[in-house]
Design a protein around this ligand. Structure first.
Ligand code: NAD
Length: 478
C-alpha cells in the first residue's frame, strides 16, 4: 500500500517514528494508502526548517513571492485531472465537482494572493510636527490547520496569504484527506519553492494539531474546522497570546419568501442543500418557507431531490458521491434517527444507499425532513451531511427569530424580490455572510467568516493579509 510522506525543508520526508494511519476510499469503504501520523519530532523538524527559511523568505521581494505562488497555481492547473481524481478518492466527492470547483479554486486562491500582496498597503497618520506610518511585518513561523470537506481548496486558502505576506508556514491538512496536499508538495518541489518556506506535516489533530497549537515558536494558527476543536485551540493558544483565526461550524438558514424568483430559488436551494453531500460549511440546512408557497415548494423540492443520483464519485451522472468517512457516515445516520425521535417526518431519503458494485461504500440519500420545531436538536446542531429540514413561517419577525435561534452564525440566504425586506433582514440576521437571491457566490476580496460559535476573525482579501502580519506604528518627528 502506498505511504505518503511529509514535506519538510523542501523534501519529501518520512515521519521520524514511521507511524501511519490508514487512508480510506469512502466510495468502497476500503483502505487504499497510508498517511504518516507524525508527532512532536516531525513538528520540530518542520519548525527548524521554517525558522531557517524565514530570514530569506520574509526579505524576498513581493515580486519574487508572487512569482512562486503563480507558478504553483499554474502547476495545479496543469495537473487538474490528477488532483481532482486524488481529491475524489480521498473525500468521496464526485470527480466532476472536484474538477469544476475544488481544484480550480485552489489555483485561484494562490493566484489571488499573488496579486493581492502587490496591492496591500498600510496607512499613515500625519501630525503637525510628525508623520506616523504603519509598518506591516510578517509574523514568523505560522501554522495552518484545515479540514476534510474541501481539502485543497481550504488548504491553499490559508497558505497563500501566509506565504504572500512573507511568513514561513507549517501546514497540517486533515488526516482524513491528505492526498491532494501531498501531491501539492511534489508541485512545490517542481516550482522550486525555496526550502522551508512551506512545510506540510501530516497526522491527526490530537498529535500534530495540538503540538502546533501549543508550540511557542509558532506565532499564529489559522484554523478551519469544527467548533469543538476551535474551542480547544482557543483554550491552548490564549495563555501564550498566540494569534488565532478560527473558521468554525454552521447551521445556516435559508429564508424563502413567496415573492422570490421561484425557479431560480428552487435550483439554488437544491445545490445549497446537497452540494458536496451537504458537507460545505455554507450549506443551508434549515429551510424556512413562507406558508403561502410551502406546499408547492415541498412538492417540487422533494421531486427534484428524488431525481438526484447518488452513486460512485467517478460516474459523471452522480450528483452526490459518498460520505467522507465511516464515523461521519454513522454520525449523519444517527442524526436522522434523532430527527425521527423528535417527531420529524422524512419526506424523502433518510437512509443509506448501496450502489451496485460499491455496497460497502458510505453513501446516504439526500434527506428532507419536516414537522420539526425550529428549536429541537436536529434544527440546532450541525449535522454536516445531505440532511435538511423544511419549516413554514408566516411573518418576517417570526422567521428572523427562527433564523437567529442557533449558537451559530456563519452564512444565511434570503430569497425575496422585496428590496426593503432584503436590507432589513441582512442587517438583523446573525451571520458573517448574507446571500440575497443567490448562494455561494464568492468574491475572494470580501471578508469571510462567522459570528457567534461560527468563529473569530475573518479570512479573504486583505483581512487574511492583516491576520498574517503584525502592524507596527513608526512615528517620525520632523
Ligand atoms: P475538525 O475540527 O474535526 O478537524 C479540522 C482539523 O483540525 C483537522 O486537520 C484535524 O486533524 C485538526 N484537529 C483535530 N483536533 C485538533 C486539536 N485538538 N488541535 C488542533 N487541531 C486539531 O473538523 P472536520 O471534521 O475536519 O471538518 C468539518 C468541520 O469544519 C465542520 O464543523 C464544518 O462546519 C467546519 N468547516 C468550517 C468552515 C468555515 O469556513 N467556517 C469551512 C469548512 C469546514
Amino acid at each position: 500500500m502506498t505511504a505518503i510522506s511529509n514535506y519538510i525543508n523542501g523534501a519529501l520526508t518520512p515521519s521520524v517514528d514511521q507511524e501511519y494511519l490508514d487512508l480510506f476510499d469512502p466510495s468502497t469503504g476500503k483502505a487504499y494508502a497510508k498517511v504518516p501520523n507524525s508527532n512532536l519530532k516531525d513538528v520540530e523538524l518542520a519548525i527548524e526548517a521554517a525558522e531557517e527559511a524565514f530570514a530569506s523568505w520574509s526579505k524576498s521581494s513581493i515580486d519574487q513571492r508572487s512569482a512562486f505562488l503563480t507558478k504553483l497555481a499554474d502547476l495545479i492547473d496543469a495537473n487538474l485531472e490528477k488532483l481532482a481524481i486524488a481529491e475524489s478518492l480521498d473525500n468521496g466527492k464526485p470527480v466532476w465537482l472536484a474538477k469544476k470547483v475544488d481544484i480550480p479554486r485552489a489555483s485561484a486562491n494562490l493566484r489571488f494572493y499573488a496579486h493581492a500582496i502587490t496591492q496591500f498597503a498600510s496607512i499613515s497618520h500625519k501630525m503637525v510636527d510628525a508623520i506616523n506610518f504603519t509598518l506591516r511585518q510578517p509574523l514568523g513561523v505560522v501554522a495552518t490547520i484545515s479540514p476534510w470537506n474541501l481539502p485543497l481548496y481550504l488548504f491553499t486558502w490559508k497558505i497563500a496569504p501566509a506565504l504572500a505576506a512573507g511568513n514561513t508556514v507549517i501546514a497540517k491538512p486533515s488526516e482524513v484527506t491528505p492526498m491532494s496536499a501531498y501531491l501539492l508538495s511534489k508541485l512545490c518541489i517542481e516550482a522550486g519553492l525555496p526550502k522551508g518556506a512551506l512545510n506540510i506535516v501530516h497526522g491527526d489533530g490530537i498529535r500534530v494539531g495540538k503540538e502546533l497549537t501549543k508550540h511557542p515558536k509558532i506565532k499564529a494558527i489559522s484554523f478551519t474546522g469544527s467548533t469543538r476543536v476551535g474551542q480547544e485551540i482557543a483554550k491552548t493558544a490564549a495563555p501564550v497570546f498566540k494569534k488565532t483565526s478560527l473558521e468554525l461550524g454552521g447551521k445556516n438558514p435559508n429564508l424563502i419568501f413567496a415573492d422570490c424568483d421561484y425557479d431560480k430559488m428552487l435550483t439554488y436551494t437544491l445545490r445549497s442543500s446537497f452540494a458536496n453531500q451537504g458537507q460545505i460549511c455554507l450549506c443551508g440546512s434549515r429551510i424556512f418557507v413562507e406558508r403561502k408557497i410551502y406546499d408547492r415548494f415541498k412538492k417540487d423540492f422533494v421531486q427534484r431531490t428524488q431525481s438526484m443520483k447518488v452513486g460512485h464519485p467517478s460516474d459523471p451522472e452522480s450528483k452526490l458521491g459518498s460520505i467522507v468517512s465511516k464515523p461521519h457516515y454513522d454520525k449523519i445516520l444517527s442524526y436522522i434517527a434523532l430527527a425521527k425521535q423528535e417527531g420529524g417526518h422524512i419526506l424523502t431519503g433518510g437512509h443509506a444507499v448501496h450502489p451496485k458494485g460499491y455496497e460497502e461504500g458510505w453513501y446516504i440519500a439526500p434527506t428532507i425532513i419536516e414537522n420539526l420545531p425550529y428549536d429541537c436538536r436536529t434544527n440546532q446542531e450541525e449535522i454536516f451531511g445531505p440532511v435538511v429540514s423544511i419549516m413554514p413561517f408566516d411573518t418576517e419577525e417570526e422567521v428572523l427569530r427562527y433564523a437567529n435561534s442557533t449558537m451559530y452564525g456563519l452564512s444565511s440566504t434570503i430569497w425575496t424580490q422585496n428590496l426593503s425586506r432584503a436590507h432589513r433582514l441582512a442587517e438583523q440576521i446573525h451571520a458573517g455572510i448574507v446571500w440575497i437571491n443567490t448562494w455561494l457566490h464568492r468574491d475572494l476580496r470580501t471578508p469571510f467568516g462567522g459570528v457567534k460559535n461560527s468563529g473569530v476573525g475573518r479570512e479573504g482579501g486583505f483581512e487574511a493579509l492583516r491576520f498574517f502580519t503584525e502592524p507596527k506604528n513608526v512615528c517620525i518627528q520632523y
